[in-house]
Design a binder for this molecule. Structure first.
Ligand code: GUN
Ligand code: FE
Length: 442
């Protein structure tokens, strides 16, 4: 048995009543046992003094690509399809199991230090097992998909082209092996997007998701050029096409949906498809601004992600919360997406998207102890009449003092506990340069 106590915090529980209470949180064997008040129940194996800071549920990013973290800075200033063809696909093709592990450790370090405790990530076509293995040592909670790409296109490097059968077999194997293993990482299906996948593959993924219960993680309706290419190929709207194939279910996690029109918004709501909003990525690739206010008004689950470091170029969820709110202010007027809603998207909605609402997303007895402490002894957080406003509009990932996953402190006093930061940075520098040379992008 192990016990943990976080003392002296302002606790944003993110429970149904949105209670904010002062006091302590007690944890036993990774599970929250008490919230608020003085938990004066004897000694704990670990004690963390929040020093009056904010205590939040760990942030949940529902769309990232850990494998693209080494591509940071090698793929700037291009629109989506050129960015994929000229930079991202060549670099993914140049990955090895070793460089994937380095990329995953670098990403996990950045994510944990800035308060993200759970990710849904799409990796590359090969060697996804190396990512799952590497993550096991980091303490990050993750749902990991092997990227599926079975369209035989000359625009895609040969190494990323796979047969429909191999793609399905490998994905199915990962889902089976990693759902049987205890621990914080598991696998999902990850068909890249409509343009990379055959209809046969997508139909088979829909059937496998139904029989296994595994999530499907994809990109959809991200940019005008992609929409146009899907229409040329299928004669249909991107989301209508996915729905016709049978993919539009509560297990579908669809990144972006920037160009979901009125009919498609209705479809997303009816089918309880989960929308993964990535505001930084959408801005940097010039893709557009998603109709988040309209989606939320229809009851669609919209959660947040940084997307990859190749199109962001940070993995800081605080940036995504802030942008989610201020972009909707620009579209629909100030207050259209209040700070509180952005915070909900970053916590509870992330848990809902992953089908983990009973375990994650709020600070309540019985839930898993994924928690973060935000320092308040900083000029930009000195006055905070509204904690939601302070966290969404003022805080950044650098304000995260402590990160706890499953009851274990993996960041304390702004420093990684399990990982050696300097070693991670050094190996990443070396691996990124070598990978870029192999890919021919430098
Ligand atoms: N669409 C297909 N692949 C990708 C990817 O890797 N990133 C983004 N943002 N969109 C995509
Ligand atoms: Fe993406």
């Amino acid at each position: 048995m192990s016990t943990l106590l976080v003392r002296n915090a302002t606790i944003l529980t993110m429970n149904d009543a949105f209670d904010i209470v002062d006091g302590d949180v007690s944890v036993r064997d990774g599970v929250i046992t008490a919230v608020g008040g003085d938990a004066d129940d004897g000694r704990h194996d670990t004690e963390i003094d929040a020093r009056g800071g904010f205590l939040l549920p760990g942030l949940i990013q529902t769309h990232v690509h850990l494998c693209q973290t080494l591509f940071r800075g090698y793929a700037d200033d291009l629109p989506l399809l050129d960015w994929l063809r000229r930079r991202v696909w060549p670099m993914e093709a140049a990955h090895t199991p070793a460089s994937l592990a380095v990329s995953a450790r670098l990403a996990a370090s950045e994510l944990l230090l800035s308060g993200t405790t759970t990710v849904l990530t799409m990796e590359t076509v090969h060697d996804t097992e190396a990512v799952l293995e590497a993550l096991g040592d980091t303490g990050l909670r993750a749902v990991v998909g092997k990227c599926m790409m079975d369209v035989d296109s000359p625009e895609v490097p040969r190494r990323l082209r796979e047969s429909t059968r191999d793609s399905l077999q490998e994905s199915q194997g990962l889902v089976a092996r990693w759902s049987a293993r205890p621990g914080l990482v598991r696998a999902a299906f990850a068909p890249r997007f409509a343009l990379s996948c055959t209809r046969d593959l997508l139909e088979a993924v829909a059937a496998l998701s139904a029989s296994t219960g595994a999530l499907i993680h994809t990109h959809a309706s991200e940019s005008p050029d992609e929409m146009e290419a899907v229409r040329r190929l299928t004669g249909m709207d991107n989301l209508d096409y996915l729905a016709q194939i049978g993919l539009a279910t509560p297990r579908l996690c669809a990144a972006h949906c920037v160009w979901a029109g009125d009919a498609q918004q209705g479809l997303l709501a009816r089918q309880d498809v989960k929308v993964l909003h990535c505001p930084s990525s959408n801005l940097k690739l010039g893709s557009g601004v998603a109709p988040v206010v309209e989606l939320l008004a229809r009851g669609v689950s919209v959660s947040l992600g940084a997307d990859g470091a190749a199109c962001n170029n940070r993995l800081d969820m605080f940036e995504e919360m802030r942008l989610a709110a201020v972009l909707q202010a620009m579209r629909r007027g100030p207050g259209a997406l209040p700070a509180r809603d952005a915070l909900r998207m970053a916590t509870r909605e992330g848990a809902r998207a992953l089908g983990l609402s009973t375990e994650l997303g709020s600070i309540e007895p019985g839930k898993r102890a994924d928690l973060i402490v935000i320092d308040r002894d900083r000029p930009h957080l000195a006055t905070a009449p509204d904690p939601c406003s302070a966290i969404v509009y003022s805080a950044t990932g650098a304000d995260v003092r402590a990160t706890i996953v499953n009851g274990e402190a993996v960041v304390r006093d702004f420093a990684l506990v399990r990982l050696d930061r300097d070693a991670v940075v050094a190996e990443a520098r070396e691996a990124a340069g070598a990978l870029a040379r192999r890919a021919g992008v430098v």
